[in-house]
Design a protein around this ligand. Structure first.
Ligand SMILES: *[C@@H]1O[C@H](CO)[C@@H](O)[C@H](O)[C@H]1NC(C)=O
Ligand SMILES: *[C@@H]1O[C@H](CO)[C@@H](O)[C@H](O)[C@H]1NC(C)=O
Ligand SMILES: *[C@@H]1O[C@H](CO)[C@@H](O)[C@H](O)[C@H]1NC(C)=O
Ligand SMILES: *[C@@H]1O[C@H](CO)[C@@H](O)[C@H](O)[C@H]1NC(C)=O
Length: 482
């Protein structure tokens, strides 16, 4: 039923073409958003975060009440952000000192062809707890397992930190031999441990910021070297019956660097990938990657600014509205299907915005960055298709629209102009049954606001200066076209 309805919505041609007569209100700008369900863009996989580097473990040390609040804030669609993707770090370290992520094979088994000596501690640096909760309590379905590096004994520099390459990839030879297949087996084993614990990993990546060498887990790679691994990893996953687990690459430090890597790996290797992934540090997702693959922005955050929980103060890098805008750009300009913030919650003393949720005196404290994620994630659900939304009149208004898999149309409006009256008209045969809208600004927290549904189905509401408003349009019976 649902899919029939869904196809119908997309296939009925022509828009409504008309907008409602302006609603008489105080003088303000007015603009019209025309949503066209026939003009489609990327399909969304969701919004997410990570609790890697033992952040999961530190959150698990909180009281049970605070643990629950933390998990609710990340994953609940009722009282939190309703995030739908969790990115776990596949450990590469021999130990857990500092915030090292311990590996599932901490010690060299004796060479690439020796019998593996995997170790499962049932915790995975605290991440199994978050993953199990996300899956079982909140229905999260997308789990991205991502290695920052191979263990040191598999690498040219003998260390999981400080760069170095995987032994056996093009131009990287080691006296210990070629570790490519051993690394692929090791990644498959991580997925197996999770499957045995009841969590289905859906995506696996074997690189993190291969374009940056640093004193924690890091491994260098070109696109050519990545291709050497991908060609072995795909059949290895398949042999282990993980045919539906998609390989991602390459979580580059900067978005644009991914183009270089994709170009180096070429079309035949790209065909073995599920998702092209990049971060937003040295360059952000301001343009689509040159690939036909789906793309995810898998890591971004304000890692430097002092903690702020403001929605809008002066447009600073850590403010909620800034992140609402960052997500907007990534979706509309970068063509991303997923957006992940770095990181979820942590109790570390570093007083920066490199977290959505901090811990103060043992209690969790969310920022407006979390709520900026929420304002997207709660209304744009996995499977939502972005559709065209064009704006006429008004200024300083940005808009996106999505057709959710359940048939609702969600329209986002971010307003950096003055106060506006905004009318939304949906074409493509969509008949509005009912409509609601919620406003978020400095004083309002997604408060429901009144909207008027005109006789022609146009939905009109007020969008205050420096706010984000979401209109949610439920289809009417007649819209079903059955
Ligand atoms: C994969 O599935 C097949 C068919 O169910 C089964 O025979 C085989 O043992 C499985 N292989 C692994 C590695 O689990
Ligand atoms: C956007 O991404 C989709 C895959 O999700 C791809 O098919 C499409 O070509 C991309 N669009 C542009 C303009 O790159
Ligand atoms: C459809 O999905 C949206 C977004 O999650 C949700 O707010 C809405 O309640 C859902 N509507 C129905 C009819 O299930
Ligand atoms: C949107 O953000 C506000 C705060 O900025 C928050 O209170 C509200 O709950 C968020 N909306 C949703 C649907 O999560």
């Amino acid at each position: 039923m649902k899919s029939l309805y869904f196809v119908t919505l997309l296939s009925i041609a022509t828009g409504l073409g008309q907008t409602a007569a302006a609603v008489a209100l105080e003088p303000r700008q007015s603009s019209t958003i025309t949503v066209n369900l026939d003009k489609t863009y990327q399909t969304m996989d969701g919004f997410g975060t990570s609790e890697a580097f033992q952040r999961a473990l530190t959150m698990k040390k909180l009281s049970e009440t605070e643990q629950r609040k933390f998990l609710d804030l990340l994953f609940s669609t009722e009282t939190g952000a309703g995030l739908t993707i969790l990115r776990n770090g596949i450990g590469s370290s021999p130990d857990m000192t500092d915030d090292h992520m311990v590996s599932i094979q901490p010690r060299n088994p004796g060479g690439p062809n020796a019998e593996p000596q995997y170790v499962w501690d049932g915790s995975d640096n605290g991440q199994l707890w978050v993953s199990t909760e996300a899956a079982n309590t909140y229905g999260v379905k997308t789990f991205y397992a991502n290695a920052w590096s191979a263990p040191g004994y598999m690498k040219t520099n003998g260390n999981d930190a400080n760069g170095g390459s995987l032994c056996g990839v093009s131009g990287a030879t080691c006296s210990s031999g070629d570790w490519k297949q051993a690394y692929a087996n090791y990644l498959a084993q991580y997925i197996k441990f999770y499957a045995e614990a009841g969590v289905s990993i859906t995506h696996v990546g074997f690189l993190n910021e291969p374009d940056w060498t640093t004193s924690y887990a890091s491994m260098s790679s070109s696109g050519t070297q990545a291709a050497d691994v991908i060609k072995l990893l795909r059949p290895t996953l398949d042999k282990n019956n993980f045919t539906s687990v998609q390989i991602t690459c390459c979580d580059t430090m900067g978005w644009s660097t991914m183009n270089t890597m994709l170009n180096q790996m070429g079309a035949s290797t790209q065909a073995l990938l599920g998702i092209a992934t990049g971060h937003s540090y040295s360059s952000g997702p301001s343009a689509p990657l040159s690939t036909t693959l789906k793309t995810w922005m898998t890591e971004g955050g304000d890692n430097n600014g002092a903690w702020t929980s403001a929605w809008y103060a002066n447009g600073g890098a850590g403010e909620g509205m800034t992140w609402a805008n960052n997500i907007y750009s990534a979706i509309t300009q970068g063509n991303v299907s997923a957006y992940l913030y770095w990181i979820g919650g942590q109790d570390r003393s570093s007083n920066t915005n490199s977290k959505l949720i901090r811990v103060v005196n043992g209690q969790v404290d969310p920022s407006k960055r979390l709520w900026a994620m929420a304002n997207w994630s709660r209304f744009v659900r996995p499977g939502a298709i972005r559709v065209s939304s064009s704006l006429a009149g008004g200024s300083g208004v940005k808009t996106t629209a999505f057709l959710n898999a359940n048939g609702t149309v969600a329209v986002q409006v971010i307003n950096s102009g003055g106060d506006q009256t905004v009318s939304v008209a949906v074409g493509g045969g969509f008949v509005v049954g009912s409509a609601s809208a919620w406003v978020t600004d400095n004083t309002r927290d997604c408060d429901e606001v009144e909207v008027a549904v005109g006789a022609d189905g146009t939905v009109t509401g007020n969008v205050p200066f420096r706010s984000m408003v979401t209109f949610l349009l439920q289809p009417g019976e007649a819209g079903r076209g059955l």
